[in-house]
Write a protein that binds this ligand. Sequence first.
Ligand code: ATP
Length: 878
Amino acid sequence: MRRTSESLSSGDRLDPVRSFNRWKKKHSHKQSQKKQLRKQLKKPEWQVEREVISRLTENYEKINVNEITRFSDFPLSKKTLKGLQEAQYRLVTEIQKQTIGLALQGKDVLGAAKTGSGKTLAFLVPVLEALYRLQWTSADGLGILIISPTRELAYQTFEVLRKVGKNHDFSAGLIIGGKDLKHEAERINNINILVCTPGRLLQHMDETICFHATNLQMLVLDEADRILDMGFADTMNAIIENLPKKRQTLLFSATQTKSVKDLARLSLKNPEYVWVHEKAKYSTPATLEQNYIVCELQQKISVLYSFLRSHLKKKSIVFFSSCKEVQYLFRVFCRLRPGVSILALHGRQQQMRRMEVYNEFVRKKAAVLFATDIAARGLDFPAVNWVLQFDCPEDANTYIHRAGRTARYKEGGEALLILLPSEEKGMIQQLLQKKVPVKEIKINPEKLIDVQKKLESFLAQDQDLKERAQRCFVSYIRSVYLMKDKDVFDVSKLPVPEYALSLGLAVAPRVRFLQKMQKQSTKELVVNQDSKVAESETVSLTDDEVEKFRTYFNKKMSMLQKGGKRQEEAEDRLADVPSDDDAEDRLTDHSSDDEEEDMEKKLGKTQPPDVPNTDEAQIKGASLQFLDRDDNEDEDELEADFFKVKRHNVFGLDLTENKALQKKETSKSSVKKKVTKVAEAKKVMKRNFKVNKKITFTEEGELVQQWPQMQKSVTENPEEDDNAGGINLDKAKERLQEEDKFDKEEYRKKIKAKHREKRLKEREARRETNKRQTKVKDEEEAFLDWSDDDDDGFDPSTLPDPDKYRSSEESDSEDGENKISATKKKQGMRKRNSSEIEDVESRSNRKKTKWETIEPLDTGLSLAEDEELVLHLLKSQS
Ligand SMILES: Nc1ncnc2c1ncn2[C@@H]1O[C@H](COP(=O)(O)OP(=O)(O)OP(=O)(O)O)[C@@H](O)[C@H]1O
């Protein structure tokens, strides 16, 4: 019992372990069951995401701008928020605060805010959210299009997009000029977000077969006013035509367009205008200090050198008006060794070099970037201390964008504008109107380092540099000449010879358009003067004044001619130098005389501003025409007019102004019409241009027949002799009809000849058959003759049995000519038939009839007709 009790007690002691094990088993089983159940209950990822999206979109309507200080206050996806945080973006800027909510709600937005205020993120965040909301995949194709005016800006935007959107699964692509089109074309169809420049985008729309934008959800125009202005007008119109009307559109710029016409082109739906700093005292960043100096044109290079010498540890950007100025002065300043590294960025550089320079300047702490206006908009170089505007900007907006390369996002910066005495009044007025606070400062003449002698010595040693100096000279003069705002830019007031000397040139190169313009102005002045004297006594200019004016121009012209004669050779040589690929300067730097003359013709009515009766409208019209000439040139050319062309002021216009302008614009629009291929072809025809013909010879020197053969015509081509040019459609029609008639006639003749040949062959064949028949009949005749001899009476049984005859003939033919053809068999049939006829005849003529006298009967009918006739005769016989 004890044992039992002991055993029991020991069993009891074991029980807990066992029961624990059992419990453990049970528990783990339950757990795994629960897990499985949970797994089954777990929703697919896409479904969870859809629920999140619907929660986010519900919150869009609840966005309260006043409560937003951080990005996380917006109902944004986790992926976007994570990207923003990783890039250290937490607090929103004013433009971001006011526009992101509207864009999330699907509205069209026109956002304007000062430079460096964070507009890029204001559109990139809604871009990412739009595709996230739609659960966009690469299979859905292009969803968002972001258009930037320059390659560098597109590249910069693309980099920010990559940084902020790295947690999303969308594909993004950068499509800018200067790269392999084929390489881009292979990838473009898989891109969801495309950052591009207008020219390149249009090129893909035209040339890449499968590329389309039918699924596009959102269009973003960065620097919208620039993209919508005259320079890009045609390209943008063509692009917009290829985009679906139902889409969201966001426009951003520091100087936004209000032009009704521009906005109508984009078919915006009740757009939201967000002018963040509309009521601000100034339109430029508060942290930007802005000054200007007035100095003579011939002093400018020395001023720049002196400035750089005194700012060696700073990062500065210097803006010039043309590529050739940048090219020349960059070289010269590198030789002058101011003690700070100098870089150059302009549209004539290779794309790779442009990217290298951009990245190098981003990296450098102290450096000077000599640039054209391709660097004026949107570029976000970090920690730029100074922006120097070496040449006066074409308008106040350009000034704002250039100066805005410094003092970005809470940073400080300084801007210095160099003005000529002739530019001061007009420009400062414009700047004040645009709420730009600029103060005049004076140069300390003692600190000014004169570099003219050094430049002269450089040019004396280096012919290439000298030629560059000449190009720089012409380019600058031309840029001033082409500027629209004649209140600011007055080419006749430029100290031309002195400027040439300051560049290191001994004499001023000849500038033909300037000479012609001056001659014309003097003439017109004299004519006006004479007519006015005759008309009334109220004379606006006294004789003395006219004389003064004339002497002034004559003096200038003689100076130019003096320089011009000596430089003629050099200039002609320059004219032959082919220009680089990139055509940033093409509008200002035409080296060919033809082009120059062409331009002068177009600008023929342009008068210098100081001449009475200056017609601004004419100048505007002329500059538009001038632009049109470059309509079809590539994107670089579109960029080119960015710098020099006098653009219409499309910004800051109220509705009444627009109405007045629209009238003018409609008349101009006919000039601006996109040049079609047909129009181009007509142009070529008008020039009497003859297309080259390819003539191929064999190795022996014989002419190879051209293929496809040239159409021959009996008719003369009157258009060939028509020097008037153009296509006379009626004449062409007539000529084609005559040619058609001629062709038909020729064809008919050929068919007739063929038929004749066929008939001849048939006749020949028949004759052959008859010959053979005669032979057979000769044999038969011999037989008949023999029977005749034997018996005078007619014994029908002696007549050849037609069947026998046929079989004998067949056997003959089989024996003799095994190669008998089906046609011959037919002929055999005919032979038989004809022999039957002859039999009938012989029967009627009895013995009198001799076989040899029987002529082969040529009925003149066809074979089928013959057969029918025979059958008919046989029938009638029977
Ligand atoms: N929310 C933010 N927090 C911190 N930095 C920001 C924020 N938003 C923008 N920035 C920074 O401000 C700088 C200027 O931004 P951005 O280039 O977008 O300005 P912008 O308004 O487009 O200027 P611009 O008119 O010259 O094109 C950039 O360096 C950017 O990184």
